[in-house]
Design a protein. Structure first.
Lengths: 113, 335
């Protein structure tokens, strides 16, 4: 039931959402931000502040963005490059800091047009 | 340190905690409800008082604040003791089964036989204003517990959510002036509130931030930086309504098993690993858990009824039907 960040965030990473999140569940990769679906409480505070409207509820994501919606979870459930373990319930973005790496989907993303 | 003796301590005055207070009263338990926020309603009051909720049984739609008011009225029949603005800091169970808890400022000790932790996502902490934190208590505040305290003042409200807009609206008739400062162009608050605000004398400064607070013993002036440069405004009060952050807080230190840094595993009686310490609502965890308000209400009833048996072993788990009980007049103490 969480909110998710879609591909529109890639290479933008404005971070306004991080400032709004009451549970500090938006983590910073290299090219994109990711919402931890298990820590998100579905409050929606992040959605209106995104300057590129990259955030929406997972059940309202446009068809072409579904893979990126699911990719939010992968950032936490699969080990990131250079990490032996998945991040899991990391306990807060401020605790972990910027990770400097992305999921394979985002790392290999090339902007179209 | 003052001591409060009750059968049951409920930690968290959100919807689930309030319903637990009703149920505890129905079971004849004396109850104290503690919450770190200065108002009841938990996440609903702090984050979405204006949002309609559609999944509370019997209510096709109910506005957040109306649901909280209804829950408080329902519990008030049994006159629970509320400790608001009181974060429970320590909690320990003695060998005699008496559980002792203390509040964050060491002001109060609560002694009880059972606890229900309805702590949701944990302790809410107001987001600090980036400047002027040292004015806290000398004109800067995070809440408006009593509107009258600002009568005749120049008030600057900071924020763009429901709380900021509500406070600005409610203060406007009694304050000398109200300025609303929001660092973005659009408001997060309910559209209706923003429309109402624009029809009042409240001066709305968007894309603006408070960059300095000055004064003597008490706050006298704020500097607001906006698109057209900085302006100075007289102010005796600054109310920072910048939202909240939440985390589990002191609960981690009570010897209760915690999963994912966030949740308390419970069994089918809603008991945690510590005898006498139950949990209900968003904070609980078990296989198949669904984090919804309607589920939390059910867990509150399960937790309180099991706590009732633990406190008074001669009593039955099943409380009887509320419809069979003699009707009670709402207590006037909380009215």
């Amino acid at each position: 039931m969480p909110y998710v960040i879609t591909a529109d965030c890639i290479d933008v990473t404005d971070r306004s959402c991080i400032e709004e999140c009451p549970v500090d569940c938006i983590y910073e990769g290299d090219r994109k931000l990711y919402i931890n679906p298990r820590e998100c409480i579905d409050c929606g505070a992040c959605e209106p502040v995104c300057p590129v409207t990259a955030i929406s509820q997972d059940r309202r994501v446009a068809a072409e963005q579904r893979e990126f919606a699911k990719d939010n979870a992968r950032f936490f459930t699969e080990p990131l490059p250079g990490h032996a373990e998945p991040l899991g319930m990391a306990g807060g973005s401020a605790v972990v800091g910027p990770l400097g790496v992305d999921t394979p989907l985002v790392a290999g993303y090339e902007a179209v047009g | 340190m003052s001591v409060i003796d009750r059968d049951l301590l409920i930690i968290g005055a959100g919807p689930v905690g309030l319903y637990a207070a009703y149920y505890a009263g129905f079971r004849g338990l004396s109850t104290v409800v503690a919450d770190s926020l200065p108002e009841i309603g938990g996440q609903i009051s702090a984050m979405y008082p204006e949002k309609p909720i559609y999944d509370v049984a019997g209510f096709p739609a109910v506005k957040g604040r109306d649901l909280v008011a209804g829950l408080a009225a329902q519990a008030s029949v049994f006159d629970p003791t509320y400790l608001l603005g009181a974060r429970v800091q320590t909690l320990a169970r003695g060998e005699d089964g008496v559980i002792s808890a203390t509040t964050h400022d060491d002001g109060i000790e609560i002694r009880c036989r059972a606890v229900v932790i309805s702590g949701g996502i944990g302790t809410f902490t107001p987001r600090a204003l980036p400047v002027g934190e040292d004015w806290l208590g000398r004109g800067l505040s995070y809440f408006v517990p009593a509107l009258e305290a600002h009568a005749g003042q120049d008030v600057v409200v900071v924020g763009g959510g429901d709380s900021a807009c509500d406070w600005a609206l409610n203060l406007e008739p009694i304050a000398r002036s109200v300025t609303l400062v929001h660092r973005r162009a659009s408001f997060r608050a309910h559209e209706h509130s923003v429309t109402r605000l624009r029809a009042t004398s409240v001066q709305i400064l968007t894309d603006s931030e408070v960059t300095a607070i000055t004064g003597g013993d008490l706050l006298e002036q704020v500097v607001v930086a906006g698109p057209d440069g900085s302006v100075r405004r007289p102010a005796q009060s600054v109310i920072a309504a910048l939202g909240f952050t939440a985390n589990l807080g002191p609960i981690r230190d009570w010897g209760i098993e915690v999963t994912g840094n966030r949740h308390l595993p419970v069994d089918t009686t809603m008991s945690t690993n510590i005898p006498g310490v139950f949990a209900a609502g968003d904070i609980t965890d078990y296989r198949g858990k669904v984090r919804l308000i309607s589920v939390g209400f059910g867990e509150a009833a399960t937790a309180v009824n099991n706590a009732a048996v633990l406190i008074r072993p001669d009593q039955a788990l099943f409380p009887g039907h509320s419809s069979d009980a003699a009707p009670l007049e709402p207590a006037t103490a909380l009215a």
